[in-house]
Write a protein that binds this ligand. Structure first.
Ligand SMILES: Nc1ncnc2c1ncn2[C@@H]1O[C@H](COP(=O)(O)OP(=O)(O)O)[C@@H](O)[C@H]1O
Ligand SMILES: [Mg+2]
Length: 325
């Protein structure tokens, strides 16, 4: 099985993620796959929530916070501006409080509370989460390629979906119970039904969105999650650990991509001992990788002679990865 075969034989897997530690080639492989799929005539959205603006770097143009930006035919790239999302989010909360309670102006204590809450990292995560949900539930593209930030961000994201879900379930239950009391009180006062509970319907709405997105992300038939590794001891160890964690969250791991392989045709004897050593070391770790991940390895990606930035380099790597095998 190759990465190309995965894409070709499983066209329903439209949500694609590349995971792994920082600097291993997640953005490179996301962009290269996005580029190749777009060339095959698929409409592709490559998106990221990384404040480092790594898509702007790889495409060598500023796309940060501008919505989906067309890159080449059928390919759009989007970098979510998390700070902007937080500000919008706060504004929305303020408006809702005003509406709900009929205030002229948000009381100072509540405003302070909103400001304090948004300084928490959780607020940023939640704004990011919301942005991702927004993007993937819309469904305008054939492929969604999520360029993940380093470490177990995807893991965090998925565990967060579970935590959110439980939390919202609890609150929803509480509010439903309260509503019953309200209903009794209203009947005793000979009033008609109590007015619709806005908070409850808001919670239900959020819950449905979260469920929809985490259902997509843990669905083997719709999601493909690839792990990027390089032939180095520590990376192999970390990857094994991460794979075990992902399994715990029911994330369907779809295979491994081994990146940055030194070309074998450098020719022994003609190269300095330093490089010979590097190649020998890689050979050993490639054997380890074969032993550990075996036929789950979908691609071996060569180390190019320079960084993969700009469309010409992406195109070259796409050819090496998808056409030349
Ligand atoms: N196969 C490769 N050949 C040459 N350079 C590569 C290759 N893969 C990645 N790089 C370079 O390594 C750096 C880190 O890659 P990147 O895709 O940004 O990693 P990540 O997104 O996992 O942090 C970038 O400068 C990228 O151009
Ligand atoms: Mg990256």
């Amino acid at each position: 099985m190759s990465l190309r075969r995965v894409f070709e034989s499983q066209p329903d897997r439209r949500y694609i993620m590349f995971g792994g530690k920082g600097g291993l080639g997640k953005t490179t492989l996301s962009a290269t796959s996005a580029f190749w799929l777009a060339r095959q005539g698929k409409r592709v959205l490559l998106f990221s929530v990384d404040p480092q603006a790594s898509l702007s770097d790889i495409f060598q143009r500023d796309i940060f916070g501008q919505g989906p930006v067309p890159i080449v035919e059928n390919l759009w790239a989007q970098e979510v501006d998390a700070d902007r999302r937080i500000k919008d989010y706060q504004e929305e909360i303020r408006k809702k409080i005003l509406d709900m309670y009929g205030f002229e102006k948000v009381p100072e204590e509540i405003d302070n509370y909103i400001a304090a809450a948004s300084a928490e990292p959780a607020m940023e995560e939640s704004a990011i989460f919301d942005a991702v949900v927004d993007i993937i539930v819309r469904g305008d593209y054939d492929y969604y390629i999520y360029d993940l930030v380093p470490l177990g961000h995807a893991l965090y994201y998925l565990s967060m979906a579970k935590v959110y879900d439980e939390w919202i379930n609890k609150i929803t239950k509480l509010r439903e119970d309260m509503r019953q009391y309200d209903q009794v009180a209203a009947t005793m006062r000979r009033e008609d039904t109590v007015q619709e509970d806005q908070i409850l319907s808001e919670l239900t709405y959020i819950k449905e969105r979260i469920n929809a997105s985490s259902r997509i992300l843990t669905d083997k038939t719709r999601t493909a999650f690839f792990f990027v590794v390089v032939p180095e001891e520590m990376i192999i160890l970390d990857t094994k650990k991460a794979a075990a964690l992902f399994a715990k969250f029911d994330v369907p791991l779809s295979g491994y991509i081994v990146n940055r392989i030194l070309p074998a045709d450098l020719g022994p004897g003609t190269i300095p001992p330093y490089l010979q050593n590097r190649i020998a070391m890689q050979k050993k770790y490639l054997d380890d990788i074969k032993g550990a991940f075996g036929n789950e390895v979908l691609a071996y990606v060569p180390e190019m002679e320079r960084d993969v930035t700009g469309l010409a380099m992406i195109e070259r790597l796409a050819r090496r990865l998808f056409e030349e095998g």
